[in-house]
Structures are given as C-alpha cells and as structure tokens.
Design a protein around this ligand. Sequence first.
Ligand code: URA
Length: 270
Amino acid sequence: MEDATYQGFELDAETALALLDWQLEMGVDVPVMDAPIDRFDLSARAAPAAAPPQPAPVLELSGGDDLSARVAEAEALAQAAGSLDALAAAQEGFDGIELKKGARNFCFSDGNPKARVLILGEAPGDEEDRQGRPFVGRAGQLLDRMFAAVGLARDAVDAERAIYIVNVLTWRPPGNRDPSPDEIAVSLPFLRRHIELAAPDLIVLMGNIPCQAALEKRGILRLRGQWVQAFGRPALPMAHPAYLLRNPAAKREAWGDLMSLAERLDSFSV
Ligand code: URA
C-alpha cells in the first residue's frame, strides 16, 4: 500500500490501517455521514493544498426552525393515513429525516399487526437495514427466544399468540448511534398513528429510546418491570435484548418482566 495524505496529514500505510481498525472498533460500519457530502462538487474539493488540518465535520441535523415544519408535515401525513399500508407508504415517502438518505431500506414493522402485544424497539441496526425488517439481527434472535418462552411469536397467525414489532425510527442511524431528539420528534407522529391503527392491548417498551419517545424518561434499569401508560395503553418497559446479550445476569429480571406480561395478558384474555 502506498503512503497518502488524509485531511492534510501524511499517512503511512500502517497508520492508515490502524485508523481503519479504530473506526471499526468505534462502530463505524458504513462510510456515510448523517448529511450527504457531494464529492463531485469541485468547489468543495478546491481547498488550498497547504490548508491547516480541519476538525472532523460535526454530526448535526438541520433542526432549528425547520424542525417544527417537518414535524407538522409528518403529523399531517400520519393523520391522513387510514390503514397501516397507507401509513407505511406515507412514512417511506416522507423526506423530512436525513437518515433516509444514508439507509438501505425502510424498516416499518414485522410480525402480526393484529397481535395483542406490540414490541417497540429503538431503531434498525445493520441487519435490519439490509432486510428492511425490525429485530432480525442477534438481538432480534434473542427477542424471539424470550417471547417464545411465554408462547408468543412474530409469525403466529392467532392474534392471541402473536407479537407485532415496530421501532421508534424506521431508518438506520449510521454506526448504530442513538437517535437524536430531532429524529425522534419527526418520527413520533408516524409512530403514534402506527400504534393507533394497530391498536394493541399491551406495549413493551424495549430499552431507553422507546421510554424516551413514549414517556420522556430514560433510565431503563430503573423503569423496567413497572407498568405505565404509553400512547394511551398499558406498557411495560423492559431491558433491551442487546443489553441482555452483554449482561446475561440481567436475564433473570427480564424473565420476571415476561412473566408479568403473560399474567397481564391472561388477566383480560378473550
Ligand atoms: N434494536 C432495536 O431496537 N431494533 C431493531 O430493529 C434492532 C435492534
């Protein structure tokens, strides 16, 4: 490999490889920023050769005044949707979220929309982005095993035995970073309508981001296991399966939460 320059620095091959390794360790797995950079724009490239090294671009959404316009547009589109199919089409077509430009696929939902239980996750990860379905990576496999233990499955035809899976965000944030408050704000009108149309009996808030979106609270390890009202329905915050993969000891409490969910379902079974 030949030596090169990077942002004005001389880079030898070894340093370049170390830099790539470090980026991978930090979770960078797609070479895109939140906002696209037009590399064909010659004026952007015509920086003076001797310019001092610039700090890395700050990851920043447009936010500000235009945020309220984007939220209002999302609200109008969501309210106009009379079915889940119409809502999916409206949300996929909505351009008020920059993440759409960097994502591979729109990730609306999975499972049985008639299910009594709706699982609300955070945002698509790499595998979800590839497949366009929520919770299909490692965390999703654990989620399937957890709910199978209480007789629930995403592929169950019977609404009594089924789950329906939705995320707060439908587009993948690069590098699996947390969604920003702006991204949650423009996604919320669609999410509220999504839950209204699916009309589940119970909601599971899977991790911090759903608690932030639904309850304006974080601190899942304090919130978990306590029934609350979210989107006008009974909801149970639970630790995210990705957290359980990293902290297997927490599975014991998660099992208790699943028992609580099963009991609540039985208590008003039809
Ligand atoms: N984590 C989530 O919260 N949702 C997914 O779809 C995948 C991982």
